[in-house]
Ligand binder design. Structure first.
Ligand SMILES: [Zn+2]
Ligand SMILES: [Zn+2]
Length: 120
C-alpha cells in the first residue's frame, strides 16, 4: 500500500513537472512575443502588411476560413474582395494615404495624438 502510494506520488510529481514545462514554454513564448512587439523587431514586415503593432504582434488570430468574401472599407466605403473570411476593415489605399492599420484603423506607429491626417 505504502509502495503503491509512493509510486502514485511519483507519477503525480512527474505530471506536475510536465504541466509546468508546457506552461513555461507558453509563458516564454508570450514573453518573446511581447519583447518583439516592444522592440518592433519586424517593423519592415509590419509596415509592408500595413498593420499597427497590436494587430501585427499581439492580436489573437481571428478565426478564418478560405472563402471569397466581399467587404466594404470602413474608411472610404469602397467595395473590396478577399480570399479569406478574415477580412480587413480598411483597404490598402486608405492605409497608405492615412498611415493607418488595415485591421483596426490605428496610426501605424500607434501615436494617439497625431497632428496630421495625411502625410502626402
Ligand atoms: Zn478604403
Ligand atoms: Zn491595428
Amino acid at each position: 500500500m505504502d509502495k503503491l502510494k509512493r509510486s502514485n506520488d511519483n507519477i503525480l510529481l512527474s505530471e506536475i513537472n510536465s504541466f509546468t514545462k508546457a506552461t513555461n514554454d507558453k509563458y516564454d513564448q508570450q514573453l518573446w512575443i511581447l519583447k518583439n512587439a516592444q522592440d518592433d523587431s519586424k517593423k519592415t514586415d509590419r509596415l509592408k502588411v500595413k498593420e499597427c503593432k497590436w494587430c501585427f504582434y499581439l492580436k489573437p488570430e481571428a478565426f478564418a476560413f478560405s472563402a471569397f468574401t466581399k467587404w466594404l472599407c470602413v474608411g472610404c466605403g469602397l467595395p473590396q474582395t478577399s480570399d479569406s473570411s478574415a477580412v480587413d476593415r480598411f483597404c490598402g489605399g486608405f492605409s497608405d494615404k492615412y498611415k493607418a492599420c488595415i485591421k483596426c484603423g490605428s496610426d501605424l506607429d500607434m501615436n494617439a495624438s497625431r497632428s496630421k491626417l495625411s502625410y502626402e
